[in-house]
Design a protein around this ligand. Structure first.
Ligand code: SAM
Length: 291
């Protein structure tokens, strides 16, 4: 049995998702350590990454580097849509994706369906710079299973963002073809979806199969990535699908000006990195473009 909290170091060990490697963070204090109805929830005060949320022993977000993931998961799909008025977030219990969605002036409503109310409450308490928007007047937050929620909604949303944990535990259904098909039905005409798309260094086979089934459902499918120190191998991707065959995710449909970027307090996203995120290293390009 591996000691995940040995000598002041938290180590992220997963023999299934990243065998033989582990990201470690030095921590000063364990602020929360509870078993919710769905998962083991921990919040650590780390030495150099601020407070960190871990679920079932896996780092979900740290205060220091969260912005790269949240901004790319939100602004790439939002700037690829002509007028994103109604948005749905599945998962995302730390509140970071919600915070970024609310920065878009076209937005009229944002619904969030997170399975675990404990995650939301603990993030409000210990990660307030991330979990700051749950009470925003445009936000409607529901505690429930995203897969079940999707079955009950048709043609409602312009953009659906799935900010899920890994496909082990409560999020496993969110990586399946049936879920992507339900998302398609819940999107309005021309709608766009973006989902956590795992890592090219570790999960190429999973990404390939997700791309393959997505292409049977949507006319446009693409995969981009971002860098982030505290996710396994320092990289994570996002799968994008559009119901509009004219969509080209690689060039922002609406280009954020310098003033927009200042007003939105962007720290990672800009129109150039939007396009650059689709430029894959050759091994990944070969694997995914052949998919
Ligand atoms: N960005 C992170 C990562 O990739 O490590 C994930 C963020 S974390 C906040 C993902 C959230 O998805 C968790 O709060 C978890 O409770 C939620 N989640 C997992 N399965 C879900 C489901 N079936 N429906 C809704 N939310 C779910």
């Amino acid at each position: 049995m591996v000691d995940r909290l040995a000598k002041g170091w938290f180590s992220e060990v997963s023999s299934e998702m990243w065998p033989g490697q582990a990201m470690s963070l030095a921590y000063e204090e364990i602020l929360e350590d509870v078993q919710s109805d769905f998962q083991h929830v921990q919040i650590l005060k780390t030495k150099t990454y601020g407070n960190a949320l871990c679920l079932d022993g896996v780092i979900q977000i740290t205060e220091r580097d969260e912005f790269s993931y949240q901004e790319m998961m939100v602004h790439v799909p939002m700037f690829s849509h002509p007028n994103p008025e109604h948005v749905l977030i599945i998962g995302g219990g730390d509140g970071g994706v919600l915070r970024e969605v609310l920065k878009h002036p076209a937005l009229k409503s944002v619904t969030q369906c997170e399975i675990d109310g404990t995650v939301i409450e603990l993030c409000k308490k210990h990660l307030p710079s991330i979990a700051q928007s749950f009470h925003h007047p445009k936000a409607n937050v529901i505690v429930g299973d995203g897969f079940e929620y999707m079955k009950q909604h048709q043609q409602e949303f312009d953009v659906i963002i799935t900010d899920s944990s890994d496909p082990i535990g409560p999020a496993s259904s969110l990586f399946e073809k049936e879920y992507y098909s339900l998302v398609r039905s819940a999107l309005r005409d021309g709608g766009i979806m973006c989902a956590q798309g795992e890592c090219i260094w570790l999960h190429l086979d999973l990404i390939k199969s997700m791309q393959e089934f997505s292409r049977t459902l949507y006319p446009v499918v693409d995969y981009g990535y971002l860098t982030i120190p505290t996710y396994p191998s320092g990289q994570i991707g996002f799968i994008l699908c559009s119901k509009n065959s004219e969509t080209n995710f690689r060039v922002p449909l609406r280009r954020a000006s310098s003033e927009d970027m200042r007003n939105m307090h962007l720290r990672y996203y800009n129109p150039d990195i939007h396009s650059a995120s689709f430029v894959l290293p050759q091994f990944a390009r070969l694997a995914l473009e052949e998919a």
